[in-house]
Design a protein around this ligand. Sequence first.
Ligand code: UDP
Ligand code: MG
Length: 317
Amino acid sequence: MSSGQPSVYLSVVIPVYNEELNLPKLFEQLYPVLDKLGRSYEILFTNDGSVDRSIQLLREQHQRRPEVTRVIDFNANYGQHMAIMAAFERVRGEVIITLDADLQNPPDQIPLLIEKMDAGFDYVGSYRLKRHDSLFRKYASKTVNFVRSRITSIEMSDQGCMLRAYSRAIIEAIVNSGAINTFIPALAYSFSGNPTEVGVRHEERHAGVSNYSLYKLIRLNFDLITGFSLMPLQLFTMFAMASSAGSFVLVLVLAGRRLIIGPEEGGIFTLFGILFFLLSVTMVGIGLIGEYVGRTYLVVRTRQRYHVRELIEAVSK
Ligand code: UDP
Ligand code: MG
């Protein structure tokens, strides 16, 4: 993180992956909104390994507005949240706002977030007033919201909405935590002291299709749950222990039956009883190992997960 005191009021962080069709319109809408705020600002774009003309467009924009435009150029595609993390490590603002490049969260909603930050909140989340996404996305996201609210202590009405504002202290905490976590809004929430939410407009993607395949969505949500809770492993161990206990009782019953009534056909059920018992002991074992691997993973995975090819910015202020 660019250490020391913030040198501008606002840093806007935007991940960009194959957005050549959206960038011109984004520039056109975003800069006037920020110019009108009457406060100093900078915009950090992270080019997340785009294979279209995005990087050229970003370069041109940097030449047009060199004093407020900074571009981080990744050598490959590391994902939206890594792109945001890389920008967080370099922001100079007192307040940091994240925004998508596809204009689904219109830039003119930014002043709403600033208003809340001025009112003294340190985390301003947002939820989409009327969501424009496929039915499947809406329901999938409702389900995950529900599961998340049950097993983690994170309160968020719409985890998928990236238009959010954070105080510098929260961003510093995220960067210093070393936890290169893949789900930034949730991590930020866990560091905030005074969070709030606002409703924002949501629009259809301006151009192109969502970069999230079903696989990426499942991975992201899986990260969200396993990254903030060991509950899945604990449930597994719990289940294994319950079935252990059940099988143990079965073994006792079968042994008693054998002594009192005599052996059943070829002793096959006794064998099953013993087998079930041993099997569930193995499952407890796997559950326990999983638990420790999970804990170790939490500690180990702090490695840097992206590589910056080039930093395009005006020579430092
Ligand atoms: N994005 C990125 N890297 C990726 C995928 C997406 O930087 O691997 C950016 C993308 O350019 C956009 C934002 O993340 O600015 C959100 O992506 P998208 O609109 O595809 O996601 P959705 O709105 O469908 O959740
Ligand atoms: Mg989008």
